[in-house]
Design a binder for this molecule. Structure first.
Ligand code: FDA
Length: 392
């Protein structure tokens, strides 16, 4: 067999983080190899943002990321921000728009983002090896050797950019965690995040609302999000729920304010519409099916003027803090991201290198840094990839 191919850096994973890191390092003159077991690079980019890739968020700030170390993401995000990525997008003449809440999307297709990254990689003479199973990774004290497909390559730097286990059907694995453990790094327990929550059968009333959406404020684990919630046949989804799912823990409730910004609305309605029922008042503010499901649960007999103010206040309170008790999530099969991953304790926030083994880097979703819904996760992929690329 021929001897190993020699590179300056081998990057495992041709997703957003790996491609960004490869392109930047390649353009800095490094000889870079990227290896991925998928036949196509950037598969998650392609399916992201409904095919239009929500590639960054103008509101990017460290407090919009979950991590056991909330400060870890600060350095990389401050050195490569949304504007830097947007400059790249504009240099490639990709038309974009802000949809809502600082979320930037392609006007055309997510394919343009993958094409842009591949173009940048080509500009750095990066070698891309797709459809290659990674058979072995070893370190001999000075360099890493990777056996992939029927080849072997060696490099002083190894960058692990294989992401997290969300959406296994498109090739996601926990490979980064296995490799991290093997090289002595801790793993923060991975959990599915940005994922729909499931409700037990005794919430059947709500299962019947499948397809109904309403703007709410959802609260879980100390976090709150004012966005739409959607009832599904299995439980709860929609942006507000996906957001709180990252903070939710088994056994804890998710509280929903169905009428955010409304105060004393039922007491007011008693004065202005004394003969109205709870359901008719609710129907003025919420989708009909949701209004009747909530009214059925609250079981208030008669018209508003037959009720004591204290009873109406209690109903207002319940509707602003309606507790659901999810019995789980829809799991990694449906999760947009994974919370947890390679612990930041063992990594440099400046370079993303393992403290005890300089030369070994972890970037992107593989690391215990998880963004909110809305382009934050790609911004982390770009920023962490860029940070590692400065030193490999
Ligand atoms: P990523 O998972 O992208 O790449 C990892 C690469 O490693 C893959 O190419 C994979 O094939 C490869 N790999 C894995 N295991 C391997 C192994 N054992 N051997 C070899 N190769 C291996 N974020 C956002 O900011 N805006 C958005 O619009 C969306 N939308 C969205 C929609 C959907 C449906 C999902 C599932 C996710 C999103 N996300 C998102 C999240 C975003 O896609 C995600 O955070 C990034 O893609 C993470 O980038 P990475 O490069 O770290 O991993």
């Amino acid at each position: 067999m021929a001897g190993p191919h020699i590179y300056d850096a081998i990057i495992l994973g041709a997703g957003g983080a790996g491609l960004m890191c490869a392109a930047v390092a390649g353009q800095r003159g490094r000889r870079v190899l990227v290896v991925d077991h998928a036949e196509e690079p950037g598969k998650k980019i392609l399916i992201s943002g409904g095919g239009r890739c929500n590639f960054t968020n103008l509101g990017t700030a460290p407090d919009r990321f979950l991590s056991a170390n909330p400060h870890f993401a600060r350095s990389a995000l401050s050195r490569y921000g949304p504007r830097d990525f947007l400059d790249l997008v504009e240099r490639h003449h990709i038309a974009w728009h802000e949809k809502t809440l600082g979320q930037l999307f392609c006007d055309g297709s997510a394919r343009q983002i993958v094409a842009m990254l591949l173009d940048e990689c080509a500009g750095g003479a990066v070698t891309l090896h797709l459809g290659s199973t990674i058979r072995d990774v070893t370190h001999d004290g000075s360099s890493f050797t990777v056996a992939y497909g029927d080849r072997i390559a060696t490099a002083a730097a190894l960058v692990v950019a294989t992401g997290g286990p969300s959406i296994p059907k498109i090739g996601a694995t926990g490979f980064a965690y296995d490799l991290g453990r093997r090289f002595g790094l801790k793993i923060v327990e991975p959990r599915p995040a940005l994922v729909p929550l499931t409700l037990p059968q005794d919430d059947a009333l709500f299962h019947a609302l499948s397809g109904v959406a309403a703007p709410v404020v959802a609260h879980a684990g100390g976090a709150s999000f004012a966005e739409a919630a959607l009832f599904t046949h299995r439980g709860l989804s929609g942006p507000a729920i996906l957001q709180v799912s990252s903070y939710w823990r088994h056994g804890n409730p998710v509280a929903i304010d169905f009428l955010p910004g409304h105060s004393s609305w039922l007491i007011d309605a008693k004065r202005t519409r004394p003969r109205a029922t709870l359901q008719s008042v609710l129907s003025g503010a919420l989708p009909d099916r949701l209004a009747s499901a909530l009214a059925e649960r609250l079981a208030l007999p008669g018209a508003l003027d037959e009720q004591r103010d204290a009873t109406l206040r209690e109903i207002e309170r319940k509707l602003s803090n309606w507790e659901f008790h999810p019995n789980g999530t829809e799991g990694f099969a449906k999760a947009e991201v994974t919370v947890g991953g390679v612990s930041t304790d063992g990594l440099s926030s400046k370079t993303m290198a393992a403290r005890h083994l300089p030369g070994l880097y972890f970037i992107g979703e593989a690391v215990d840094v998880t963004g909110w819904l809305g382009g934050y996760n790609f911004q982390w992929a770009w920023a962490s990839g860029w940070a590692a690329a400065q030193t490999i």
